[in-house]
Design a protein around this ligand. Sequence first.
Ligand SMILES: [Zn+2]
Length: 253
Amino acid sequence: MRGFEVAVAVIIGLVVGSFLNVVIYRVPRGESIVTPPSRCPRCGHRLSAWENIPVISFLVLRARCRACHQPISWRYPLVELLAGVAYTALALRYSNPLLLAGLCIFAAVLIAEAIIDLDTRKLPRRVIYMATPLSVAFLLGDALYSSNVRMAVDAALGAVMAGAVFGVIHLIAPRSMGFGDVRFAAYIGINLGFLGIAAVVYFLYGAFIFGALFGVAFALLKSKTLKVAIPFGPFMALAALLSALAAGLIRVL
Ligand SMILES: [Zn+2]
């Protein structure tokens, strides 16, 4: 068993989740993600180190700001737990350190973009542009380390494949599929292509199946408001994360 590695993955996941909360809040507002230090969004109270511990501070403070006593959103610990679970699952599935690091950046981007899309109906390019050089560096490092150039070629192919599928939909129906989805799909294609072209195919099927199932459920529940735009990013993110974990396990292709 790899108990130590998994424990490290849980802690890193929670800390990264805490950082993702900052990204999710500040990127759509065009603010810096480095400065200033974390503050209460309601009263501006600057959080001390012990008020900023993932999940634990939320529980100790009983979901209220220490200064203004206004409630703190449940979403903060949920995002931290989500990243913790994703990182644990990835650490159980992948042991090559460079590959694991690259996939951890990938998972962070998936979580941030999915939640920003839910909030704003946009998939910010800033997140993708910041993460792509890091992801490519780690994946290329892993390809060189394991002397497997084919994985790097498949990563490029995956980006073209996923980008092309979403690009065609964007050209046909630009209102229902924005260019943000195309860019996000291409970034997903790099990471999943590296794990094998089959992983890109699982992702494409998964995203559209999840989207369709939700669309039908939504239409049945709220038939009068059928025209409400449903963000597609969360379905892409969910399908991509599951595909990254399933890659190589299911041999359909
Ligand atoms: Zn406050």
